[in-house]
Design a protein around this ligand. Structure first.
Ligand code: SF4
Length: 344
């Protein structure tokens, strides 16, 4: 906006919004009274509206958020997205969506059944974090983690995602450390290569989910475009910072990709990549897969560990309110998370 004010007023406004969580122009006391009045009369601050809350017995809160009509096209007015807030002992994690729906069509994910409804804006991405934190303000822990693992493929809405992340990770903005922000992708190789060139970037997680191309083709059609060799080559070239590792997510689908030979193949695939593997037992949804049995999960983890791969079993939270990984769809008209583990 241009109000003929000096640039530092813009910085003050930015600081009030993102660092001080002040969403009322009248309360922005760093600004002169006349400017506050002008802002109040001609501008407004809006956040996604909470349409519904689904509290889980484990403390997780699943939100259905209505997007502002100002960002809607006539064709998809009334779009909602979903966001999940997960409290832990000394921190909270907010899982945000980066698109309404998703075009990637992973076969184990309920989001895929929605198709892509539309890309969302940087404000709509940041707004999810703000709404979830504001709703828990009195009980917030000092540390916030943000994971881009809700509905949508973040690297297919690249510019909006990066614009939002710059504010999220800006020490003068929301000041969340890049160590506490994770972007999860289904494996969009050009997007990974683009992200590698960003100076400020989040941590990266890759949804692997299969131990060979034939298997991955069946559950992730994106693999035909970016097969494992290309994807893992991009991972090997990814410029990890000294403190960083890649995370591979592997959704265990009972009887499909959870055999001991799958574990051995996965170990070979990720050898020589500084990484860890999160094993995510599939969350039941209205899709033709089965949760893996407990003995298979443990054996899979043990085989990877024996081959020198750091592997962890991650159980999703909020399953009772369909807030767990891959479940956030169909209970409402739209919304579902990228099928990835939330506790990175
Ligand atoms: S797993 Fe992620 S990329 Fe795949 S369809 Fe679901 S939301 Fe899209």
């Amino acid at each position: 906006m241009s109000l003929g004010e000096p640039a530092y007023r813009g910085a003050q406004l930015y600081h009030a919004l993102y660092a001080e969580n002040c969403f009322d122009f009248a309360a922005m006391t760093a600004l002169p009274a006349a400017l506050r009045k002008e802002l109040q009369s001609g501008w407004s601050i809006s956040l996604p509206k909470i349409q519904r809350r689904y509290p889980s017995a484990d403390g997780t809160m699943r939100y259905v958020l209505a997007l502002e009509p100002g960002h809607e096209s006539a064709e998809n007015s009334g779009t909602t997205i979903e966001t999940v807030f997960m409290p832990e002992a000394n921190r909270q994690t907010v899982c945000v969506s980066t698109q309404a729906g998703c075009a990637v069509d992973c076969r184990f994910c309920l989001t895929a059944t929605l198709g892509l409804i539309r890309n969302i804006s940087p404000a709509e991405i940041l707004g999810q974090v703000i709404v979830a934190l504001e709703d828990h303000r009195p009980v917030l822990k000092p540390q916030t983690n943000v994971v881009l693992m809700g509905q949508g493929e973040p690297l297919l809405n690249y510019d909006a995602v990066i614009a939002a992340l710059r504010i999220l990770m800006d020490p003068q903005g929301m000041a969340i450390s890049p160590k506490h922000v994770t972007l999860s992708t289904s494996g969009i190789v050009p997007g990974i290569e683009r992200l590698a060139r960003e100076t400020i970037r989040p941590k990266l997680a890759i949804s692997l989910n299969a131990s060979n191309d034939g298997q991955r083709d069946k559950i992730m059609p994106i693999n035909r475009k970016y097969p494992l060799e290309k994807l893992l080559d991009a991972c090997r070239r990814y410029p990890l910072r000294s403190w960083e590792h890649l995370t591979f997510e592997y959704v265990l689908l009972g009887g499909f990709n959870d055999a001991p030979e799958d574990a051995r193949r996965v170990a070979r695939l990720v050898a020589k990549i500084r990484c860890k593997l999160n094993l995510i037992p599939w969350n039941p949804g209205n899709l033709p897969y089965h949760p893996p049995d407990a003995a298979r999960i443990e054996e899979f983890r043990r085989l990877l560990t024996e081959k020198g791969v750091r592997a962890f079993v991650r159980y999703s939270r909020g399953q009772d309110v369909m807030a767990a990984c891959g479940q956030l769809a169909l209970l409402e008209s739209s919304g579902a998370p990228h099928l990835a583990q939330i506790s990175i």
